[in-house]
Design a protein around this ligand. Structure first.
Ligand SMILES: NC(=O)c1ccc[n+]([C@@H]2O[C@H](COP(=O)([O-])OP(=O)(O)OC[C@H]3O[C@@H](n4cnc5c(N)ncnc54)[C@H](OP(=O)(O)O)[C@@H]3O)[C@@H](O)[C@H]2O)c1
Length: 250
């Protein structure tokens, strides 16, 4: 454990699994006080047991503004300010144009776009000047992907949030960056593919397209997030950092 983030307060939404959990662990290992969210209490409890350090779980749906208020009320009870917000909660499912339902559209945009927007906006009164915001986008923000247009559109929206918010937050010197993972081994990804031989074959095909020749691990995305949150990235602002083994660069 080092103390690179000691005395720092970090909020990680979607911190109970995959990329969010790996990032919460990494921040806690560097000495931060970490607040994680997720909708499922059992997953929240399990995540808290796995994170060594200062961690608080707040159950909530980031698409629900009252739950976001509760998150920041909880932070405020213990801390005067927040240093880092990692707006990461998100997900999607597959449906080609022609089979997209209104419910799928609304659910995906509610978490991935509305949730990210209000997670950051409602953090502003507590977020310190000079603080850092990291948004989870995806390689799909700039790529076409069959049967994945709704999710991809949400991630393109998130990518633009980073560009536009650095102007809105200019006077407060708050940096906003997006991290764009490629295929990353998480429960969310495996759920997307479903089980069975066909799913394994699709995954194998996609992994074969990645220049790095392998799938990414959540810990590798976490390292990029910690970099963007750190003083080492003091002049990095508004970028989309791809952590994808080169997948979106070809
Ligand atoms: N894995 C990949 O290949 C990949 C690639 C590019 C981008 N991403 C993005 O990376 C982020 C994390 O994905 P992951 O692969 O780590 O997925 P994951 O393993 O399914 O984890 C998702 C996390 O978000 C939480 N969550 C989902 N919806 C939420 C909501 N409405 N409110 C609060 N928490 C919510 C989940 O907990 P609950 O279900 O209990 O709420 C869980 O903690 C997502 O934004 C995803 O789009 C993933």
């Amino acid at each position: 454990m080092t103390d690179k983030f000691s005395n720092k307060v970090v909020v990680v939404t979607g911190g109970t699994s995959g990329i969010g959990l790996a990032t919460a662990k990494a921040f806690a290992a560097e000495g931060a006080s970490v607040f994680i969210t997720g909708r499922r209490q059992d997953a929240l409890d399990a995540a808290i047991r796995q994170i060594h350090g200062k961690v608080t779980g707040v159950r909530g749906d980031m698409a629900n503004l009252a739950d976001i208020d509760r998150l920041y009320d909880t932070v405020q009870q213990a801390h005067a300010q927040i240093d880092v917000v990692f707006a990461n909660a998100g997900g999607g499912d597959l449906a080609p144009l022609g089979a997209i339902s209104e419910e799928q559209y609304e659910r995906t945009f509610a978490t991935n776009v509305k949730g990210v927007l209000f997670t950051v906006q409602k953090a502003l009164p507590l977020l310190r000047d000079g603080g850092s915001v990291i948004l989870t986008s995806s390689t799909t923000s700039i790529k076409g992907t069959g049967a994945f247009s709704v999710y991809s559109a949400t991630k393109a929206a998130v990518r633009n949030f980073a560009r536009s918010w650095i102007l809105d937050l200019k006077d407060r010197r708050i940096r906003v960056n997006a991290v764009s993972p490629g295929l990353t081994e998480t429960a969310g990804l495996n759920e997307l593919f479903g089980g069975g031989e066909q799913a394994d074959a699709t995954k194998e095909y996609l992994v074969g397209q990645i220049p790095a020749g392998r799938i990414g691990q959540p810990e590798e995305i976490a390292k990029a997030v910690l970099f963007l949150a750190s003083d080492e990235a003091s002049y990095v602002n508004g970028v989309e950092l791809f952590v994808d083994g080169g997948q979106a660069q070809i």
